[in-house]
Design a protein around this ligand. Structure first.
Ligand code: OGA
Ligand code: MN
Length: 258
């Protein structure tokens, strides 16, 4: 059973274009952009929502597109719903070991599974995700990713061969910070990625997104294809100069077909 599953996983989830973590500026050295003042409605549309901080030199039009394509819905599930989801997945997750061995993997310190059939109460929650984030068409398999307290998701773009234009995730158990860094092309190889990153470092721009416990994020189009995404390590989980207390985090992720 495990071998079969692990084949599916390597086909679907490990074909990620990786940007090495050490090439990214550390959280401490980041320049924080000043809060935006807006005099008219147009500028108000691109003002920073509470969960987003922009860094670097963003073209104004792209900021607006990005905000439409990367949304965070706070309190998407309530505490009883979080407990209900955990009650269904914990017994299964507990039988798996966290993977810490391969530093090259996009994710470090994790265990994961995919689930198609859910208890009716949890199915109802997932139906809400499908209604909010997808036009009724999400993949039947839902990805459950358990990231240990010391786990990290390194910068990557989800494989365009196995995942469509939308990724929606519920965060359980912990707040965390997701960083989205503008990249040039989702099809680049790792080597090309590194080169472009170092050559164009001066005009990089990125956003840090606070993902509160029990929120849902919906990442699509520009945010999904033109930006890498990553979950910062516990010690670098800064948001607006505050250290976000990241513990073990479980995400429940829906995707659509390419
Ligand atoms: C992934 C991923 C993000 C999350 O599994 O590809 O980026 O919210 N997960 O756990
Ligand atoms: Mn991903």
């Amino acid at each position: 059973m495990f071998a079969g599953y692990s084949c599916a996983r390597s086909a679907r989830w490990t074909l990620r274009a990786l940007l090495p973590l050490e090439l990214l500026p550390s959280a401490r050295s980041l320049h924080r952009t000043a809060p935006q003042r807006h005099e008219n409605a147009n500028e108000a549309a691109t003002a920073q929502p509470a969960c987003v901080t922009f860094f670097g030199h963003w073209p104004a039009a792209e900021r607006a597109t990005f905000l439409a394509d990367m949304r965070v819905l706070e309190r998407f599930v309530d505490e009883p719903e979080e407990q209900s989801l955990l009650a269904e997945i914990e017994p299964y997750l507990k039988r798996l070991r966290y993977e810490f061995d391969h530093w090259d993997d996009a994710i470090h310190g994790y265990r994961e599974t995919e689930r198609k059939h859910w208890y009716p109460a949890n199915r109802a929650i997932l139906d809400r995700v499908v209604a909010v984030a997808f036009d009724g068409a999400a993949m039947p398999y839902v990805h459950v990713l358990d990231l240990a307290e010391e786990g990290v998701i390194k910068p990557h773009v989800d494989s365009v061969r196995y995942c469509g234009n939308t990724i929606a995730g519920i965060s359980l158990l912990s707040d965390s910070v997701m960083r989205l860094v503008r990249t040039n092309d989702e099809e680049q190889t790792n080597a090309e990625y590194r080169q472009i990153f170092s050559q164009e470092r001066h005009n990089k721009y990125w956003a840090d997104i606070l993902l509160p416990r029990r929120s849902l994020y919906v990442m699509r189009h520009t945010a999904r294809y033109k930006f890498t995404h990553e979950i910062l390590p516990r010690k670098e989980s800064l948001f607006r100069d505050a250290l976000i207390h990241k513990t073990r985090r479980i995400s429940i992720i829906c995707r659509n077909d390419p």
